[in-house]
Design a protein around this ligand. Structure first.
Ligand code: ATP
Length: 145
């Protein structure tokens, strides 16, 4: 289905802001960013990323949409504990969690990012982790247009 990522993300954020009681901002450089995607599955990916940002950070969360020639890009950025560089290749593994003792308090199974990655694969897209300078995590989703 054709999905306009701008209104799609606006709707998801509107729903989640009420549940999370956290500031979540959305920025975009175009009012219409169309991709072909399974809406429910894509929504699941975005919720997984926002849920992680909620669990592993305390401050506001930012979502950015960007239009590239061949890809639409969604970034979910937080200012939390971050992911150590040497763990980045592990975190997409099933059941993998960084620092089990620390993250036990926050709950979770370690499945979220694994599921997100399989859904992105289904869409012939990609998921990447970008380390923030300073602190925090940015997860980047690439979706073919
Ligand atoms: P769930 O399956 O409920 O999402 P989870 O958060 O443990 O549980 P993943 O979403 O797969 O599982 O994430 C794997 C691990 O990657 C997490 O346990 C956490 O250590 C790390 N991680 C994921 N997102 C972030 C983030 N935004 N900031 C810091 N660490 C993160």
């Amino acid at each position: 289905h054709e999905v306009n990522l701008v209104s799609f993300c606006q709707n998801i954020l509107k729903q989640l802001k009420q549940v999370y009681k956290r500031e979540i901002t959305l920025e975009y450089d175009t009012s219409s960013l169309i991709v072909h995607a399974d809406e429910l599955k894509l929504k699941q990916v975005i919720i997984i990323l926002l849920d992680n940002a909620m669990k592993y950070s305390q401050e506001k969360i930012e979502v950015f949409l960007e239009q590239k020639e061949q890809f639409a890009i969604i970034r979910v950025k937080d200012y939390g504990i971050g992911i150590p560089q040497e763990e980045i290749h592990n975190i997409f593994e099933r059941f993998y969690r960084v620092d089990k003792a620390r993250s036990r308090e926050t709950g979770g199974t370690g499945l979220g990012l694994h599921i997100a990655k399989s859904i992105m694969k289904l869409h012939k897209g990609e998921i990447e982790i970008e380390c923030n300078e300073g602190s925090g995590t940015t997860v980047k989703l690439l979706l073919p247009k």
